[in-house]
Design a binder for this molecule. Structure first.
Ligand SMILES: *[C@@H]1O[C@H](CO)[C@@H](O)[C@H](O)[C@H]1NC(C)=O
Ligand SMILES: *[C@@H]1O[C@H](CO)[C@@H](O)[C@H](O)[C@H]1NC(C)=O
Length: 200
């Protein structure tokens, strides 16, 4: 047996509560025991699946929200931490989204109100991925969280130019130019966005 240390892991471990996992600081390490002599090919495939090709931690704030190019102020007092792990080989994105002081109802023309949009700093742009809205994790509902992984093909529920804005989207596009993407969530009290942050 050979012990390999992977610098990052993806989907399956994220759902396994027994695995100590913290993507908060931008790095994950996990010890995997892989018998390379028996089936090196299968082992390599496993390593590919359990590897993030990039990780992104986004601090989302109300002041970054715009409608087209006009700052709206977002939802005062709210904030968000959007942690993403991308596996561009498998077109997988894992997410750990935490919102503080979200108010109102989640509201968006998309399937959910929590997104990655293709939009440079200071401008609006179409949603490319719709994530499950964070659910309250404390009784007062001050902190909300959603964790999981999504695999392409993606759909957002928003149709522009006769196709879904997620259609044909591949997570490698985020890695090619993270500054062209932002994460946000939308509230009935702040329709253009409650909080927003650029991926770079
Ligand atoms: C999600 O991120 C929060 C901090 O933003 C962290 O406290 C929590 O442990 C993370 N959850 C998982 C499953 O990584
Ligand atoms: C953005 O601004 C335009 C023009 O003022 C307005 O018609 C539209 O409703 C606004 N969008 C949102 C989501 O508030």
């Amino acid at each position: 047996m050979k012990t390999s240390t992977l610098s990052s892991i993806a989907s399956l471990a994220l759902g396994a509560s027994a695995v100590p996992l913290d993507i908060n600081n931008g790095r994950i390490s996990l010890q995997l025991n892989i018998d390379l002599s028996q089936d090196a090919f299968a082992a390599n495939q496993l390593a590919d699946l359990f590897t993030f090709t990039s990780m992104h931690s986004v601090h989302a704030t109300p002041d970054q929200v715009v409608n087209e190019t006009t700052p709206t102020g977002g939802l005062a007092g709210a904030s968000g931490i959007f942690n993403f792990g991308i596996n561009s080989g498998a077109n997988v994105i894992c997410y750990n989204i935490t919102l503080h002081n979200f108010q109102g109802e989640f509201e968006s023309p998309a399937d959910t109100a929590t997104h990655i949009h293709e939009a440079a700093r200071g401008v609006s742009g179409p949603p490319r991925i719709a994530f499950p809205n964070p659910e309250p994790i404390d009784e007062a509902g001050i902190v909300r969280n959603s964790v999981g992984c999504l695999t392409g093909p993606f759909a957002t529920g928003v149709v522009m130019e006769e196709k879904d804005t997620g259609e044909g989207f591949h997570v490698s596009q985020i890695e090619q130019n993270p500054a062209a993407f932002m994460a946000d969530t939308h509230s009935s009290l702040a329709l253009p966005g409650a909080v927003r942050g650029q991926l770079a």
